[in-house]
Design a protein around this ligand. Structure first.
Ligand code: IPM
Ligand code: MG
Length: 364
């Protein structure tokens, strides 16, 4: 019998983070009532919210909460209020600290186009139709963590330095994640690098190719990142699984999100050897915080990923995804996915959450 009791650490963060997390938790609560799932949910502070209260973006208490849980649900961090702080105190540090301390080296970002949102994308329907990509982004290396880093003064001028570094071991483990994911899908893995200019990513290409020998059933391809950025808007259907570096994955996943209509639609899972962390890929959107207009679907779909990847509850995960598909079918749209000329009146964050909860209860 599979386990049905889980501990979830919830870190809502800043801006629209708490608003979208609230809706995702309501969906989880409805699902647990329907299925007898028992969830122990504890909240903590991260990001600017934690800085304001405790003077640091990732307090020890929040880190322990995450470490003692089976999975972490995170909203978003950051905002103009904290932009002038020292790097070590910035809200983003909380996210990076969690990724590092929890050993979350693999970030899965599925780019799935819902049929009812084909006209919500700024790209033509004929381009986006049928897109189904999984971006596997390396999450604990690259320019994000490489040393040396910082700004120093030399010869009377300031010099800014960040270091792109990858060890063979780091490349090998993310490559495996990519190959395993491709094996479970359409068996095509595309590794994205800039091997024509950067030695570190020539190593990336070499190691991914070596790992590929263990996966003869997966077709491996390589592409430079600039070409990939272009191909994503030219013909996104050509991609199955993309495996790439931390920095390139950050950029390409924002670009790919627009294929689905809105960055508000994209969930993510950050995985390592232990517990996973789940969050929408969007940021804290301070400009719309508190206006009940954020799209909670990326966070709701992140919870589905949690059920699937951390709890092995595939049926329950699918139930949430089906509920999301059903509310979109009913014509519900938050402002970001309302599109032009669809004639649909946008609903708020809470109303969208309500609609998903109703579908869960109706057994949609
Ligand atoms: C993301 C975000 C983060 C990143 C920021 C907020 C640190 O853009 O998760 O994609 O750059 O990884
Ligand atoms: Mg990003």
């Amino acid at each position: 019998m599979s386990r049905n009791h889980f501990r979830i650490a919830v870190l809502p963060g800043d801006g629209i983070g708490p608003e979208v997390v609230r809706e995702a938790l309501r969906v989880l609560a409805a699902l647990s009532e329907e299925t007898g799932l028992s969830l122990d949910i504890r909240e903590g502070f991260v990001g600017g919210a934690a800085y304001d209260r405790f003077g640091e973006p990732l307090p020890e208490a929040s880190l322990s909460l995450a470490m003692e849980s089976d999975a972490v649900l995170l909203g978003a961090v950051g905002g103009p209020k904290w932009e002038s702080l020292d790097y070590a105190l910035r809200p983003e540090r909380a996210l990076l600290g969690l990724r590092e301390r929890l050993g979350l080296f693999a970030n899965l970002r599925p780019v799935h186009v819902f049929d009812d949102l084909l006209d919500a994308s700024p790209l033509k329907r004929s381009v986006v139709e049928g897109t189904d990509i999984l971006i596997v982004r390396e999450l604990t290396g690259d320019l994000y963590f490489g040393k040396p880093r910082g700004v120093r003064v030399e010869g009377g001028q300031r010099i800014g330095v960040n270091t792109l570094v990858y060890t063979e071991g780091e490349i090998r483990r993310i490559a495996r994640t990519g190959f395993e994911a491709a094996r479970a899908r359409r068996k095509q893995l595309l590794s994205v690098d800039k091997a024509n200019v950067l030695e570190s990513t020539q190593l990336w290409r070499d190691v991914v190719t070596e790992v590929g020998r263990d996966y003869p059933d997966v077709a491996l391809g390589h592409m430079y990142v600039d070409n990939c950025a272009m191909q994503l808007v030219r013909n996104p259907r050509q991609f199955d699984v993309i495996v790439t570096t931390n920095m390139f994955g950050d950029i390409l996943s924002d670009e790919a999100a627009m294929i689905t209509g809105s960055i508000g639609m994209l969930p993510s899972a950050s995985l390592g050897d232990g517990r996973g962390m789940y969050e929408p890929i969007h940021g804290s959107a301070p400009d719309i915080a508190g206006t009940d207009s954020a799209n909670p679907l990326g966070t709701i779909l992140s919870v589905a990923m949690m059920l699937r990847h951390s709890f092995s509850l595939d049926t329950e995960a699918r139930r949430i995804e089906d509920a999301v598909r059903a509310v979109l079918r009913d014509g519900l749209r938050t402002r970001d996915i309302a599109g032009d000329g669809t004639g649909l009146t946008p609903v708020g964050t809470v109303a969208m959450g309500d609609a998903v909860v109703r579908k869960i209860r109706d057994g949609a």
